[in-house]
Design a binder for this molecule. Structure first.
Ligand SMILES: Nc1ncnc2c1ncn2[C@@H]1O[C@H](COP(=O)(O)OP(=O)(O)OP(=O)(O)O)[C@@H](O)[C@H]1O
Ligand SMILES: O=P(O)(O)OC[C@H]1O[C@H](OP(=O)(O)OP(=O)(O)O)[C@H](O)[C@@H]1O
Ligand SMILES: O=C(O)c1cccnc1
Length: 487
């Protein structure tokens, strides 16, 4: 490569094969055919009963900035080797299509379109990789955070992961996803500035080591900060750390706001119980105990079951890296494309694995909410032009169709909003606080059976009869084509 390119345009944040396909479409003259793609995952992460959708804000930013820069084009021509006429075509590209998506904080389940793109084929193809990258990561972290928050309950959950995140973007957007999903604060100051997330923090072992002993370190910290949480496990938690924290708090009295102590190693259940007794006996019943050290939902659950006296949970590595599941696995599949007569025609991908057969056609997703108990009965996917039954809806499992139920007295809430229409942003993005509240409301409307962190019940995601019939017809048509080709 002759020289490096410095502008960090995100439009090339795509896989090479997308541009190669677009060149094929363009040279063949089909690049402007209307196409519909859907973004969905098949399997819920972490064995959870639901996922929390996050990523829309960044998707919007990406689409708004979607144009090849001069340097992008130079690079594509000079280093990758695309011809000048194709480069000229790329130069004029921006997003002119329509995007519908669920709201951030929506509960999402396997095999339902979270986001739908209707656009000229070339544009829809070029944005695929970035959309998947954004939604896969943020939804994964929001889901992990929600699991942890379910266990933390009304106590405080602090996001501490930046130092262990898979690079800076992951830290920033992961923190945002964690806050969206119910975390109370972040230690990342940049995320505080960018998104208005409350920032919080204590101090590190290095400060104690820098002053050599805890008594001096805590005093020096207290001279410069009113709010004090002292880290007590540098040498010996119960014999040195906690007594030193108590001593400084007593000596300084009202001069500081002694919030409490942090434990970061050892048996957190035992140490927290002992430290609680010591703080109470010293006259600090309101001092809080913060814990950190490789925490996740399972350790927190275990600590609670052991009666640990912990008020605030600092969670880093296992949250921000989605430690027990590296990726969500969302995919982006074409479901409909304009034919030579200008009409939209459904398209299907067949697989020997029934779960992997795509569901053709432009569809809408409805949450069927029981009007009596206000809980969700399941999600119902119907073709876009279908009129939904008003009084009685029959829901059946799309693969095991004998599993079915009839729901009456319900409200069908459509889950997609229009985000872009003909390339224009038409959606007013709720603020992060609103999305957080929206998630809380959604979780309230979900039965507990879907919320437990191990072995939750399967939430129904069903196809309407018409949508199911359409899928079967498409499968039959492909089978007939294959048979005809064999002859
Ligand atoms: N009572 C407990 N029950 C279950 N898990 C615990 C309990 N106390 C601590 N843990 C967890 O056990 C693990 C202990 O980690 P590790 O072996 O690295 O030691 P550590 O005490 O953190 O010490 P260090 O940080 O000095 O290595 C952490 O994940 C911590 O959250
Ligand atoms: O354990 P996590 O869930 O990832 O939470 C973040 C960890 O980061 C800090 O440790 P680190 O050793 O990096 O710094 P320190 O010297 O301040 O303890 C902190 O003390 C936590 O243990
Ligand atoms: O403020 C803290 O205590 C903190 C912040 C980041 C990582 N670990 C701890």
């Amino acid at each position: 490569m002759k020289h490096f390119y410095h502008d960090d345009s995100l439009t090339l944040h795509t896989d090479l094969y997308q541009i190669n396909m677009v060149e094929t479409y363009w040279r063949d003259g089909i690049h402007n055919k209307r196409a519909v793609f859907e973004l969905f995952f098949r399997k819920l992460p972490f064995g959870n009963g639901y996922a929390v959708f996050a990523g829309l804000e960044k998707v919007i930013q990406f689409i708004q900035g979607f144009r090849f820069s001069e340097e992008d084009l130079e690079y594509l021509q000079n280093e990758v080797g695309y011809k000048e006429d194709f480069i000229h075509y790329l130069k004029g590209i921006c997003f002119t299509g329509t995007i519908c998506a669920m709201k951030e904080g929506e509960l999402v389940f396997g095999n339902e379109p979270i986001l739908r793109v209707e656009a000229p084929l070339a544009e829809a193809q070029l944005i695929e990789t970035a959309l998947l990258n954004i939604v896969n990561y943020q939804t994964l972290i929001a889901t992990k955070a929600s699991r942890i928050k379910q266990i933390v309950g009304d106590e405080v959950a602090m996001e501490f992961g930046t130092r262990r995140a898979q690079e800076m973007d992951a830290a920033i957007w992961g923190t945002r996803a964690a806050y969206l999903a119910g975390f109370d604060s972040t230690s990342n100051v940049r995320a505080g500035k960018l998104f208005g997330i409350p920032v919080s923090g204590t101090h590190a072992h290095s400060m104690v080591q820098a002053y050599k002993d805890e008594y001096t370190a805590f005093n020096k910290y207290a001279e410069t900060h009113k709010d004090c949480v002292f880290l007590v496990d540098t040498y010996d938690t119960l014999r040195l750390g906690v007594p030193n924290a108590i001593k400084v708090a007593k000596e300084l009295g009202d001069k500081i706001n002694f919030i409490g102590i942090r434990l970061d190693s050892g048996d957190l259940a035992y140490l927290s119980k002992e430290a609680r007794k010591m703080l109470d006996e010293a006259g600090f019943p309101n001092a809080k105990i913060v814990a950190s050290s490789d925490l996740d939902e399972y350790t927190i659950m275990s600590l609670k079951s052991q009666g640990a006296k912990i008020d605030s949970w600092g969670v880093g590595t296992k949250l921000i890296t989605a430690y027990d599941q590296a990726a969500l696995g969302a995919v982006y599949k074409i479901v409909s494309i304009e034919n030579d007569n200008g009409k939209m025609e459904d398209t299907i991908k067949i697989s020997s694995n029934p779960e992997k057969v795509t569901t053709p056609g432009l569809k809408r997703v409805y949450r069927i909410i029981n009007n009596t108990n206000h809980h969700a009965e399941g999600d119902y996917i119907a073709l876009a032009d279908e009129k939904l039954p008003e009084k009685r809806v029959r829901m059946f499992h799309p693969t095991h169709t004998y599993m079915n139920k009839v729901v009456t007295n319900f409200t069908a809430k459509e889950l997609h909003d229009e985000i872009f229409s003909k390339g224009e942003l038409v959606y007013e993005m709720p603020c992060l606080e609103e999305s957080r509240d929206y998630l809380k409301q959604n979780l309230d409307a979900l039965w507990d059976e879907y919320k437990r962190i191990t072995n939750p019940e399967d939430y129904p995601v069903d196809l309407s009869q018409k949508c199911w019939d359409n899928k079967m017809r498409n499968i039959e048509e492909v089978k007939e084509k294959v048979e005809a080709m064999k002859k």
